[in-house]
Design a protein around this ligand. Structure first.
Ligand code: AMP
Length: 118
């Protein structure tokens, strides 16, 4: 049984209580467009199970954490950015600018990127 936090924004999106532009869904994960896109394609991949960050998801359920990367690649290909390349970001902790404390990957693509990131 997946855990859920009634005060968590992404749990509310997963449950359909807060609307979002959902692009993919499985029993265990949901992908939806970021409300403040930082690239032409900016999609969030979130597990249904509430954990505060992807490290916690990986500790609780390594297979689920791995499946987030598979879903990200699948969505990237559907969005037409799989060939050119894309960036996956998992801000982990407030010091890394994480603002929503429900595990998620950012899938970013459709523009050029620089390194190191800002
Ligand atoms: P992070 O700062 O890494 O925790 O990422 C959280 C992301 O959630 C940010 O990129 C926000 O723009 C995004 N976000 C916040 N509220 C919503 C929402 N209601 N629907 C979609 N994305 C959101």
């Amino acid at each position: 049984m997946a855990s859920s936090d009634p005060d968590c924004l992404f749990c509310k999106i997963v449950a359909g209580v807060v609307p979002a532009d959902i692009v993919a869904r499985t029993d265990t994960a949901v992908a939806f467009r970021d409300i403040d896109p930082q690239a032409p394609t900016h999609i969030l991949i979130v597990p249904v199970d509430h954990q505060p960050n992807v490290a916690a998801t990986a500790a609780a359920n390594p297979a689920l954490a791995g499946s987030l990367f598979s879903m990200a690649d699948s969505v990237a290909r559907t969005e037409g950015i799989g060939e050119r390349g894309y960036r996956l970001v998992a801000n982990t902790g407030a010091g890394a600018q994480q603002s929503v404390f429900h595990a998620h990957l950012h899938l970013l693509g459709g523009r050029s990127f620089t390194w190191p990131p800002g």
